[in-house]
Design a protein around this ligand. Structure first.
Ligand SMILES: *Cc1c(COP(=O)(O)O)cnc(C)c1O
Length: 354
């Protein structure tokens, strides 16, 4: 069995390396014939398992030609991932570890590295060091986590116990978002029960940035959502003007910085000046940092707010406030902190430094 398992993993590695080696030569979008050949996968549910090596062979022979080469040098489609070799290498080892990275009990190593990575993220981005950082599956999921923490905290300030009493009869929380807010921010709001018709849209200037002169009134029941990096123009809202105004009014400010927040670590840091004044931030790992997919961060200045909103302690699974299961939507989860970045060396990058 061991020998067969070795052979299988070695074969998978050989195929993966051959695929990576071919990235420069591959067409970016698969040929029609490769897409048509995918019909071969459309078989009845097999009654018995297939030989694993054969499955791998089929996956490679039929699957690899039908991939989009977004990990290659000629992909100019969406703002999308392209995993670096350092990250892919760390991912291989992590897959062998196969940790349930919910808390220290499930994986001391994951717990340690994610705590270190959380500290480094805040330092690299120039965000408050006391912030909680949840490593979640996507900016969408992390935005959902941050916005639920925001609503819960705003309601608590008005004496409303969201956990026990829910939304029926609760004071209304107003949401002000940019006309150009990302669809996933709207999705998170919709899923959380903020009706689309009730959102107040902040008008934007010719660059797609919220125009501070036309910002709707804010108060201490308002959730203001800004963005660092708008998908069509790459523009940043004018944080240094908007955030102090919002905070003075008692509003909660969340920033969608899926890719743009990392401009803070570049020569374009000025674009995101003042973003550190917000209450919460979302960012992706798979975009600017070139980590594998399923890698994003929910960052919240008030660590208790995120920890309380995301808490999932049970009699059989108690853990510290800053355990990842208490900072993200996930309970069982893979660890994400050892993925790597081009501009930001995580443990993955350290294992295989560029
Ligand atoms: C990609 C993106 C998102 C959504 O991120 P996911 O990780 O795909 O959920 C949100 N906002 C902006 C600005 C983005 O570019």
């Amino acid at each position: 069995m061991r020998i067969a398992e070795h052979a299988l993993l070695t074969d998978a590695d050989r195929r993966a390396i051959a695929y990576n080696d071919s990235l420069d030569q591959r067409r970016v979008y698969p040929h029609e014939s490769a897409i048509a050949a995918l019909d071969a996968f459309d078989q009845p549910l097999p009654g018995t398992g297939r030989e694993a090596g054969q499955v791998l062979h089929t996956l490679d022979e039929l699957g690899s030609p039908a991939t989009v080469t977004s990990n290659g040098p000629r992909y100019f489609g969406f703002v999308i991932g392209a995993t670096l070799p350092a990250a892919a290498a760390a991912e291989r080892l992590v897959l062998a570890w196969d940790q349930c990275a919910s808390s220290f009990d499930g994986s001391p190593i994951a717990d340690k590295l994610e705590k270190v990575a959380a500290r480094w993220v805040c330092e690299a981005l120039g965000l408050p060091r006391e912030s909680a950082v949840g490593f979640g599956t996507s900016a969408t999921a992390c935005t959902l986590a941050c916005l639920s923490a925001a609503r819960r905290a705003l309601l608590a300030r008005h004496g409303w116990d969201f956990d026990q009493d829910g939304l029926i009869g609760a004071p209304e929380i107003r949401v002000v978002i940019s006309e150009t807010a990302h669809i996933t921010v709207r999705k998170a709001l919709r899923v959380l029960g903020f009706g689309m018709r009730r959102l107040q849209l902040a008008a934007v200037d010719e660059y797609g940035r919220i125009d501070p002169a036309r910002l709707p009134d804010l108060d201490d029941r308002t959730l203001l959502i800004l963005q660092a990096g708008e998908v069509n123009t790459g523009e940043f809202d004018r944080f240094a003007e908007l955030i102090p105004k919002a905070r003075a009014a008692g509003a909660w400010v969340h920033v969608d910085g899926a890719f743009g927040l990392w401009a803070r670590t570049s020569s374009s840091a000025g674009l995101a000046e003042g973003v550190e004044l917000a209450d919460s931030w979302t960012t992706d790992g798979h975009k600017w940092l070139n980590t594998p997919y399923d890698s994003a961060m929910a960052i919240c200045r008030d660590s208790d707010a995120l920890a309380a909103a995301m808490n999932s302690d049970a009699a059989y699974a108690m853990a510290s406030r800053d355990s990842q299961k208490n900072l993200t939507l996930e309970f069982s989860r893979r660890a994400r902190a050892w993925r790597s970045g081009r501009h930001w060396p995580t443990w993955g990058a350290m294992a295989c430094a560029r």
